[in-house]
Design a protein around this ligand. Structure first.
Ligand SMILES: Cc1cc2nc3c(=O)[nH]c(=O)nc-3n(C[C@H](O)[C@H](O)[C@H](O)COP(=O)(O)OP(=O)(O)OC[C@H]3O[C@@H](n4cnc5c(N)ncnc54)[C@H](O)[C@@H]3O)c2cc1C
Length: 496
């Protein structure tokens, strides 16, 4: 039996492991952390459960190929999903704009708010509706398709191609100018930071409005653990607290993976399902540079990376009428000299087991970009200052919530504050990024095969292969890597 060593036990590593076992390989997953799931995780604080990932999972619609793939790896098998009424509810100057899941309701509520925008709203609605035909391709990577499969694939991408062509190079801020009502304009412009392509709004809403981007009950950690269970059932091996640090390379072959805990693993194939910087820099010592990644790392303006401040708040009470994700203005405060004027909170009321009886947990994510990361990295050198800055931000969020919901005053507490350094520390995430390069109007698409030039038996897998990444990309690329290895071994790939 050929031996496959997988570095990283996130969703990509677990997916690769599950498909490796299904296809007759003897696999081991090496994970640096003491638990698996990578960025798809959750943790407990003071009797509350904090979900650290899934805000929307592409693949929740039964009967679709991506849903079947999640089922195959055990992630959604037998699990019901929570379908939020709106993707985001945005408060602006006394009105609330909802990105309703029911697209007809979205359209009528927007027209009711601003009849003079009817034409722009109709165009918005039609684009989302048209893009609902799009399904994320999961069958096989394009370079492995035969000509007939390629033609079928390209035809299936017709509507996505139309939207990319029309809106790929239009910034959200520019697109938002189509709306005259300030609340609609602000809501649309706010969906992603400045410079981001309007296409991202359409892709997200097309998935959401057709029920393809909901939230599995039990949350992120439970989903990752179901995949761990599936992997172990199939006979896979897991080595936790086992950080890969070095590779032994002879000619064009990687022979061994050497870990921090002095364990060495011999391999016929290696799948690096970790951050690509870890692969290219730590493991390959910069000897096998990759042009596609280098170009992007060196141009953070066109290829930005987002990390997060992730603040969790416990509420001693329940509240029925706060949407799942609500964005509202706040008395301004600063993070790294950037003024924060609005925050988004996620309400986990739909998960009663995430909080003690009669309580509710909220999370608030504030994106952190290039300069923020540099500031956090510097601050981290002084642990006292780092901790008190995190605590200050936690208090700012708590205060902002109390201002917006006076009835919560005195009943809120900060449970936890995560910074970009947390993602770096726990997951080796480059610059604390939680997704791959985000789509801006200047960026070029990247579809990396995961093949390392000059090495025959080492593959990269994970969300970074297909920016902007996310959980479905991690899932698909884990499977695709095993498909490539099967092809090399002249084995028929077993998909189920
Ligand atoms: C707050 C937040 C919200 C998110 N929301 C969503 C969402 O709503 N929808 C969505 O689709 N995606 C979301 N994401 C993104 C999603 O979590 C990631 O796309 C996905 O988990 C990436 O999976 P991965 O396996 O590619 O990488 P990772 O999760 O980064 O896994 C890599 C693994 O490798 C391990 N590792 C690294 N270096 C080594 C080494 N040297 N040796 C051994 N192990 C190593 C790490 O510890 C980690 O476990 C969110 C992420 C965050 C943080």
């Amino acid at each position: 039996m050929k031996k496959l060593v997988i570095i990283g036990g996130g969703i990509a590593g677990l997916s690769a492991g599950i498909f490796a076992q299904k296809n007759g390989f003897d696999s081991v997953i090496l994970e640096k952390h003491h638990t698996l799931g990578g960025e798809c995780t959750g943790w407990d604080r003071q009797g509350y459960h904090i979900d650290g990932c899934i805000h929307w999972l592409v693949g929740t619609k039964k009967g679709t190929a991506i849903h079947d793939l999640w089922n195959t790896v055990g992630a959604l098998d037998g699990v019901e999903c929570f379908h939020p009424e709106s993707f985001l509810s945005f408060e602006y100057d006394g009105v609330t704009v909802h990105f309703y899941r029911d697209l007809e309701r979205l359209k009528s509520s927007w027209i009711e708010l601003s009849p003079e925008d009817e034409e722009a709203i109709e165009g918005f609605y039609q684009t989302i509706k048209r893009l609902q035909t799009f399904e994320i391709p999961v069958g096989k990577p394009m370079d492995m398709m035969n000509i007939i499969e390629k033609v079928k694939f390209l035809l299936s991408m017709k509507d996505a191609g139309y939207v990319m062509q029309k809106y790929g190079k239009v910034s959200l801020k520019e697109y938002a100018k189509n709306f005259r009502h300030p609340a609609l304009r602000e809501t649309v412009a706010f969906f992603m930071p400045d410079g981001y392509s309007a296409s991202s709004l359409f892709f997200a809403l097309a998935s959401f409005t057709k029920g393809q981007a909901s939230i599995p009950y039990g949350g992120s950690k439970a989903m990752a653990m179901r995949m761990v269970e599936r992997y172990l059932e199939l006979g896979g091996t897991i080595e936790k607290s086992c950080e890969a640090m070095d590779l032994t390379i002879k000619e064009n072959q990687v022979k061994n993976v050497i870990c921090k805990n002095n364990k060495t693993f011999e391999a016929d194939y290696i799948v690096a399902a970790c951050d690509p910087k870890v692969l290219y820099q730590t493991l390959l010592k910069g000897k096998y540079p990759d042009k596609q990644f280098e170009q992007r790392y060196n141009d953070p303006k066109v290829y930005p990376l987002a990390s997060n401040m992730y603040v969790s708040i416990g509420y001693e009470g329940t509240i029925e009428d706060i949407p799942r994700t609500l964005n509202f203005p706040v008395t301004p405060f600063e993070i790294n000299a950037v003024q924060i004027n609005r925050i988004s909170i996620n309400n986990y009321q739909y998960e009663p087991l995430f909080a003690p009886k009669g309580h509710t947990v909220f999370t608030c994510a504030i994106n952190q970009f290039h300069c923020d990361y540099d500031a956090w990295k510097e601050l981290y050198k002084n642990q006292g200052a780092y901790k008190s800055e995190k605590a200050r931000i936690g208090e700012e969020i708590l205060r902002s919530m109390e201002e917006r919901f006076p009835e919560m005053k005195g009943k809120l507490k900060v449970l936890d504050v995560v910074s970009p350094m947390t993602y770096e520390r726990y997951c080796n995430a480059y610059r604390g990024a939680f997704m791959a390069f985000l789509p801006t109007i200047g960026s070029k698409e990247m579809a990396h095969k995961g093949v390392i030039k000059g090495l025959d038996n080492l593959y990269l897998s994970g969300q970074w292969l297909q920016p902007p990444g996310g959980l479905p990309v991690a899932l698909i690329t884990g499977k695709d890597t095993v498909m490539r290895i099967c092809k090399k071994e002249k084995k028929k790939f077993i998909a189920h």
